[in-house]
Design a protein around this ligand. Structure first.
Ligand SMILES: Nc1ncnc2c1ncn2[C@@H]1O[C@H](COP(=O)(O)OP(=O)(O)O)[C@@H](O)[C@H]1O
Ligand SMILES: [Mg+2]
Length: 147
């Protein structure tokens, strides 16, 4: 994976801004690998990204920890949000390729897929501050777009 960017996030609005910017760069088939400790902001980031993609007003993004997978209808198609904190062997091959898929606690095999993959590492610096690193594979267009 190639390093694309690292960003110091001061608060949740900074994260929302990043998600909004990123949402405009996406083609609609990216897989997001969201890494970082509990409460680092993986689900919060997902919520902002899905909202930026134009969520149907009746839908609400929550953590899928207990449901494994949530689906959202957005203007860029169905977005899938998965959490493998408790489940590791869930097969995502049927949903990747034509949709934006976000995975918390991703299995290692996902990174090897021949698709656009964006890895985001979240590090907690303080209550509201985060250090975020973005890596990519097959997503050269993101580097220009995120400048
Ligand atoms: N800058 C920030 N970015 C993300 N979350 C933040 C930030 N500042 C405070 N928080 C809080 O940290 C928590 C992150 O939780 P969550 O997104 O569920 O983490 P994870 O999914 O990584 O376990 C939320 O309660 C959120 O309000
Ligand atoms: Mg979470």
């Amino acid at each position: 994976m190639k390093k694309i960017k690292s960003i110091q996030i001061k608060n949740e609005s900074d994260l929302q801004e990043l998600a909004e910017k990123l949402s405009k760069c996406l083609k609609g088939n990216e897989i997001f690998l969201l890494e970082g400790n509990l409460s680092a902001g993986k689900t919060t980031f997902t919520r902002y990204l899905v909202e930026s993609l134009g969520l149907s007003p009746y839908e609400n993004v929550t953590s899928p920890t207990f449901s494994i997978m949530n689906e959202y209808e957005t203007k860029k198609g169905t977005v899938y949000h998965l959490d493998f904190y408790r489940v590791k062997d869930f097969d995502i091959s049927d949903i990747v390729g034509n949709h934006i898929v976000l995975v918390e606690w991703p299995s290692e095999y996902i990174e090897e897929m021949d698709l656009p993959v964006v890895k985001i590492k979240f590090e907690i610096l303080s209550d509201n501050e985060r250090f975020i690193e973005i890596f990519g594979k097959n997503v050269n267009y993101l580097e220009e777009c995120l400048k």
